[in-house]
Ligand binder design. Sequence first.
Ligand code: NAD
Ligand code: UDP
Length: 338
Amino acid sequence: MKVLVAGGAGYIGSHTVVELLAGGFDVVIVDNFINSEPFILDNIRKVSGKSLSFTELDVTDKNALFSFFEKEKDIAAIIHFAALKAVGESGHQPLRYYQNNLVSLFNLLECAEKFNVGNFLFSSSATVYGQAEVLPVTEQSPVIAPESPYGNTKKIAEEIIRDVTKATNLRGICLRYFNPCGAHSSALLGELPRGVPNNLVPYITQTAAGLRQKLSIYGNDYNTPDGTAIRDYIHVVDLAKAHVTALNRMAGGKQKEQFEIYNIGTGVGYSVLQVVKAFEEANNLKLNYEFAPRRKGDTETLYADTTLANNELGWKAELGLNDMMGSAWKWQEGLAKT
Ligand code: NAD
Ligand code: UDP
């Protein structure tokens, strides 16, 4: 079965491509490298031992995308990773975020319809829950109006996909990722932040590598056991495998609803301080950090109820915080050598 992975050179996309290839899927990637590097494609080939079809293309370019689909016959599924994802930046550049993340969605959905694709898998985010009143959050928990334009693109995209699946034969699944981190065990694939990282784990690894002076822990006055905010960190390889499982469900006609949503997390929340300690222990390192004021827009505690993914998808996270921290550091060390 041929799968188009839009944004397949990126962090989660590259790990997913490796798992898709291992699962016997025929993968075609499109990416414009707006937030990734071409060498990742070579590393996917090295890790998987398979050849790879790649086309450099901006998914918001409708003509280019349509020509691509005309050439590539028999695409049976689309996985849409091709989004801009920096929450803070989206607040300063809302139009750029709506344009990239939604026009890419429109174009891919139009192609799905025109070229009889059938299956559409979308990268959503736990950000749609905001600060939930009841924890852990299930897929039925209220979806709030996200604070950031980035978060809003996820909420809007889910609604658009839901409506399109209602009106057509397209099957859709949205995976709401919690906090992806870690890297491939080969250390050939991992997160490649441009400039100063926004996310916790790359900030930690860059601090340990001496690229940043110290980690600022945003807020130690939250109503949590150690005062720092709690999230559900999920290993990127577990997350990648969830895509393969979801694709098999969709393409295998096993969906109960034509449009489904799943939380993809571990179901366990860790505080920022616990993550820092886990990093220090996994890698036998000391991390330079300080407490800083809360970051605007951050929520206190968020972790997933993963019952639906466990029972319906038959997927469960297997790797723990130790693996996440160990692999993230191995990847960072490897980067320093290149
Ligand atoms: P990433 O930036 O590493 O990967 C996205 C890839 O898409 C990049 O290779 C980028 O070059 C490409 N891309 C972006 N716009 C494009 C366009 N118009 N045309 C072609 N290629 C384009 O990000 P990621 O962490 O791998 O995230 C993948 C998806 O998961 C995104 O939709 C993101 O919003 C979502 N997500 C990520 C996280 C996270 O913390 N990493 C959490 C929740 C959801
Ligand atoms: N965080 C932090 N320092 C950083 C980056 C993040 O203390 O340099 C905290 C952040 O406040 C949040 C958690 O780490 O509580 C996870 O943040 P991240 O940006 O990785 O993901 P989010 O859950 O905000 O999408």
